[in-house]
Design a protein. Structure first.
Ligand code: HEM
Ligand code: HEM
Length: 166
């Protein structure tokens, strides 16, 4: 049952962002559109990374041995790309933020909620990367909690940013 909710929420996230960006927020400016493409790819990578929490959660909780083993294998596979996805996503988002700041900041104003929330999101991303790096260097209960908590806050903030009007 939980499995269906999990798949459903992921699909909902990806499909709703896709429709929102490409149906409701299309721009004439090619460079702004490119900025949106960067952000669309980046958030998919971030969503994949955040899913690690739920995979580890099910591995810890399930009593079904087969599922435990299958997910453990999958998580090992996914963790091989975890840091790469984070870095690629970050690079894309830096370009996204840069384009939006330069191309729209001056027009809509730098205190526009879309701009402010974007800056807030990138700051949360920086903290998540830092926390991930600490978690990678040395695992401890606190570091684990720190990394997934920052990852969740970051996800929440970027979702707010994404769906705010310009
Ligand atoms: C300096 C940081 C940022 C600035 C100034 C910024 C600015 C903007 C602006 C102005 C838009 C609106 C484009 C439009 O209405 O067509 C936008 C859209 C978007 N941003 Fe950001 N952003 C920043 C950071 C981020 C971050 C960190 C993420 C995600 C991790 C993100 C994800 C998105 C997505 C997915 C969209 C598409 C939704 C839409 O077009 O309205 N942005 N951003
Ligand atoms: C977009 C950025 C990132 C997001 C959203 C993210 C998210 C997550 C989440 C949700 C988990 C599962 C936490 C748990 O249940 O223990 C995790 C695990 C982990 N992350 Fe990240 N992460 C990001 C970047 C990074 C970076 C940059 C590093 C390292 C330099 C990193 C290293 C790790 C490590 C070592 C684990 C633990 C894996 C394990 O227990 O086997 N993460 N990450």
């Amino acid at each position: 049952m939980a499995y269906y909710i999990w798949v459903f929420i992921n699909a909902l996230l990806v499909i709703s962002t896709f429709i929102y960006i490409w149906v409701f927020r299309s721009h004439d400016s090619q460079i702004v559109t490119l900025g949106q493409v960067f952000a669309q790819f980046a958030i998919i990578l971030f969503i994949v990374n955040v899913n690690m929490y739920f995979i580890f959660l099910v591995i810890r909780r399930t009593k079904v041995r087969k599922l435990k083993i299958a997910l453990a294998k999958m998580s090992r596979h996914m963790m091989k790309s975890h840091i790469k996805l984070a870095i690629i996503g970050t690079i894309l988002i830096v370009f996204h933020g840069g384009i939006m700041l330069v191309k729209l900041g001056g027009i809509v104003g730098y205190t526009n909620p879309k701009i402010i929330s974007g800056i807030l999101a990138i700051l949360c991303l920086a903290v998540t990367l830092f926390a991930g790096y600490r978690r990678y260097k040395k695992a401890s209960g606190f570091r684990r909690k720190f990394h997934y908590t920052t990852a969740f806050i970051f996800t929440f903030v970027f979702l707010v940013h994404l769906f705010l009007p310009l």
